[in-house]
Design a protein around this ligand. Sequence first.
Ligand code: ATP
Length: 203
Amino acid sequence: MRKPLRLGLTGGIGSGKSTVAGFLAEAGATILDADAISRSVTQAGGRAIPALLAEFGEEMITPEGALNRDAMRSLVFSNPNSKRQLEGIIHPLVGQILQEQTQTAIEAGAGCLVFDIPLLVESIARWRPQLDRVCVVDCQPETQIQRVMDRSGISRQEVAQIMSQQATRAERLACADVVILNDGIDLAQLKQRVHEMWVSFGL
Ligand code: ATP
């Protein structure tokens, strides 16, 4: 069985990584979405629920059986250790499900697996061994701020606050094998850049 190219895809908030993932999917890549998996394991009946119940008790679980996100956010805010405990449950499960999805995609003959991981750079040591290349979608911080304000209507301060909690632009670029510069171009030009990267991989 042919080994697919494993591409890590990341970028700061509003950089355009979801848009790039969409273009890669159109080109034929299989997208594995770490955020979607992490949400799914904490939904009612999700795989993380039994461990979350055992670790944090019933007050962190909704009557429907999902993670109570508001209660968890408050707990994490007041007790930093609980964030580590939460991640200690979620991260291994996300890794396990990604492996299962990878196996399924390989069996289906996928040529390229895209690991869409927003916080890839923040945990690069964990991810790097599982990836052949890392693609960073990059743009000026001001472009990120404008895009997120336009998209979600949140304030400049709120976007800046989220950005200050993410890796810096320099830290992201230091992890990149390929950079897609998504500044001063329209969506058609972005698609062209994604296509050029795809071709450069021999896909
Ligand atoms: P987040 O981290 O918040 O999920 P993201 O990095 O996935 O963001 P996208 O959702 O892909 O970013 O893009 C943010 C917004 O900017 C979207 O509305 C998208 O359509 C728009 N956008 C991205 N790139 C371009 C571009 N080159 N031209 C015009 N609009 C763009």
